[in-house]
Design a protein around this ligand. Structure first.
Ligand SMILES: [Zn+2]
Length: 405
């Protein structure tokens, strides 16, 4: 498994931060540097059908080693890191046989079990942390290292029978574009798993249904000294609108399977106030009811303040992949059995957000999400234990093995 650590440490040397401000594909061309490095590694491993396209999608295939017909399956990970925190010049610290104490991240930050009790699960393990100046990039370079280590293991153990194993590494996942140019047909798998989750055991196949409501309040600006019965202050109407929204259905008051309305952004003046609301629910019918609720609120305000005072535009953003994955229960069962065969207890949790796997599921590639072993993604407190990464490798090998019966 020393190769697993070497792989991971070599990938995090590449700064692959994506950027939502750029419309190019990939959003940042530096992602190609890692893609080319990985392509060379795929070639050295001797995989088939290796392609790196102009959009920075890297794909390859480990051919079946059995005469039996086996459904081709896939593993997907993303090459970019989050925009939230620098991924440049990552200098990981490796702490062998972790003793449970505070860990200094450089001179200013401390990774402490008091604040992050998950560290307790890493006692005695080999921990990989940041030096406090960057994120680590375990999200999702741990996933890439785990997939390739599993592939290498399968190639070294021809006695383990498996069908075609397709692998795909994508750019721009962190800015929600990882599925945009993913060619499902070329990929060749019937279903796949993103190896992009957190703690050991995590298995996710449900995410929010997501929509956004853009509401503009149109006011009337008149000099405040001469505005009696004339001024219409859009900000005050917006405030009244916000006041009528359910207070116990916000991100700060909900968890698990509860949905919410989230006032995400406002841009306000007397003559025009814009509100950007996020609407989230796991249940499709509830989500529709939430949209209707907003429509009715807007209508009521227009009755009170005059037609056209409020304008509304609702857009759907992504959907819960559950409806695409659940009819194929065997995809979930396979991952559960693979975890159990590795002594890992499956932790099935809904994703209170979106995932590229959801978009891929609706593009015809059902794609639940499996753990990498990492914690605290997107910032300097990110860490991962080598032993947990090894578990992910084992689970990937077991998925390949069990898929072949
Ligand atoms: Zn990720």
């Amino acid at each position: 498994m020393s190769k697993l650590l070497d792989r991971f440490l070599s990938y995090v040397q590449f700064d692959t931060q994506s950027n939502p401000g750029f419309d190019t594909v990939p959003s940042t061309s530096k992602q190609f540097e890692l893609a080319k490095f990985l392509r060379a590694e795929l070639e050295t491993l001797g995989l088939s059908d290796i392609t790196l396209d102009d959009n920075c999608y890297l794909m390859a295939r480990l051919p079946s080693n059995t005469d039996q017909p086996v459904t081709p399956i896939g593993f997907v990970a993303h090459m970019d890191t989050a925009f939230d925190y620098s991924g440049e010049n990552v200098k990981p610290q490796i702490i062998k046989n972790y003793d449970g104490k505070d860990i200094a991240l450089g001179t200013t930050l401390t990774l402490s079990p008091a604040e992050f009790p998950e560290l307790d699960t890493c006692l005695g393990k080999t921990l990989i942390t940041t030096d406090g100046t960057t994120l680590l990039g375990a999200d999702n370079k741990a996933g890439i290292a785990e997939i390739l280590t599993a592939i290498e293991y399968l190639m070294a153990h021809p006695e383990i029978k498996h069908g075609d194993i397709c692998i795909g590494f994508t750019p721009d996942e962190e800015i929600g574009r990882g599925a945009n140019h993913f060619d499902v047909e070329q990929f060749g798998a019937e279903f796949a798993y993103t190896i992009d989750g957190g703690p050991v055991g995590e298995l996710q196949f449900e995410n929010f249904n997501a929509a956004q409501a853009q509401i503009t309040v149109h006011g009337k600006s008149v000099h405040p000294g001469h505005s009696k019965n004339k001024m219409v202050n859009a900000m005050l109407i917006a405030a009244e609108f916000i006041e009528t929204m359910p207070k116990d259905e916000t991100p700060a008051t909900t968890d698990d399977y509860q949905g919410f309305f989230h006032l995400n952004n406002m841009d306000s003046s007397i003559s025009e106030t814009f509100m950007h609301w996020l609407i989230r629910d796991f249940d499709k019918d509830h989500q529709e009811r939430r949209k209707t609720f907003i429509e009715n609120r807007v209508e009521a305000f227009n009755e009170k303040y005059g037609a056209g005072t409020l304008t509304l535009e609702i857009k759907d953003n992504y959907r819960n992949m559950r409806e695409r994955v659940e009819p194929r229960q065997e995809i979930i069962t396979l991952a559960q059995k693979a975890m159990e065969a590795s002594d890992v207890k499956p932790l099935i949790k809904p994703i209170r957000g979106g995932t590229d796997g959801a978009r891929l599921s609706f593009k015809g590639l059902p794609c639940p999400n499996v753990f990498t072993g990492g914690y605290n993604f997107h910032g300097p407190y990110e860490f991962i234990a080598l032993e947990d990464m090894e578990k992910a490798v084992e689970v990937i090998v077991n998925i390949a093995r069990l898929a072949a019966g």
